[in-house]
Design a protein around this ligand. Structure first.
Ligand code: SF4
Length: 243
């Protein structure tokens, strides 16, 4: 079971991958400014209860956290301690967030973080070789119980093999979605897959994006087919768990 929790809205653009950020596009279509960062009125959703007294988010839920921002955004520093408190209280759920700011994690975690909370999974997103080198060299050393590398939107061929180790939960490749977006070449995806297989790391091709190149041909893929087309490629790799 999965659910979404948006503790705050809005973000600041950080790098090339943010150029066509869906949060900015969505806000603009509603005449709003995604650069205006504000607390959500569902901030305390993980602790909210229904009329029967049960949590609104049931136990054993995977909670997609802060997908309308970056959880490690500086502008949210004031609110994050309360968010951690709720995450700690809901140990019966797993919380998953993405960040382009792994360099901020250690200054953002609570005192009892230790090697990472058992119920927190974190993905770092990287769009090109430069950002992968900057972020993965930091991310792979961080104390996090379950780590993902998300290459999205993947903007060029990348070599991340030196950062891969079998403790990673998965490496994910995705293209960019929306009008006039940058292309994803299937060869780049296959190259990452090979790196993952060599290093014994699980791999998933999650979605093609809107502008997809395969065998030198360019395809415009409608949003509703982007996941299914990637699945059809049938190239996901499931590494054996490390003992
Ligand atoms: S960091 Fe993520 S959420 Fe923030 S602007 Fe960039 S793409 Fe959007």
């Amino acid at each position: 079971m999965a659910n979404a929790w948006i503790p705050w809205y809005g973000c600041k653009k950080k790098s090339e991958g943010c150029q066509n950020c869906y949060i900015y596009r969505g806000a603009a279509s509603r005449g709003m400014d995604a650069g205006h960062i504000h607390k959500s009125d569902k901030f305390d959703l993980p602790l909210q209860r229904n009329k029967k007294g049960s949590y609104v988010i049931p136990p054993n839920t995977l909670v997609f956290t802060s997908f309308s921002s970056d959880f490690l955004l500086k502008e949210a520093d004031e609110w994050r301690p309360d968010a951690w408190r709720m995450i700690r209280e809901r140990r019966d759920c797993n919380f998953f967030f993405l960040t382009k700011r792994p360099e901020r994690l250690l200054e953002c975690v609570p005192e009892d973080w230790g090697d990472g909370y058992e119920n927190v999974e974190i993905g770092v997103s990287c769009e090109n070789q430069q950002r992968a080198d900057e972020r993965l060299s930091i991310f792979m050393k961080l104390p996090i119980k379950r780590k993902y590398i998300i290459l999205a939107p993947m903007l060029q061929k990348m070599d991340i093999e030196q950062y891969l180790d079998p403790t990673l939960a998965c490496v994910v490749c995705e293209g960019e979605s929306g009008p006039n977006v940058r292309p994803l070449d299937y060869d780049w995806v296959l190259a990452i897959r090979e790196q993952c297989i060599r290093q014994g790391v699980s791999f998933s091709f999650r979605q093609t994006g809107s502008n997809f190149i395969m065998d030198g041909k360019q395809y415009q893929v409608q949003k509703r087919y982007q996941h299914s087309q990637a699945r059809k490629a049938d190239i996901d790799y499931h590494a054996q768990p490390t003992v």
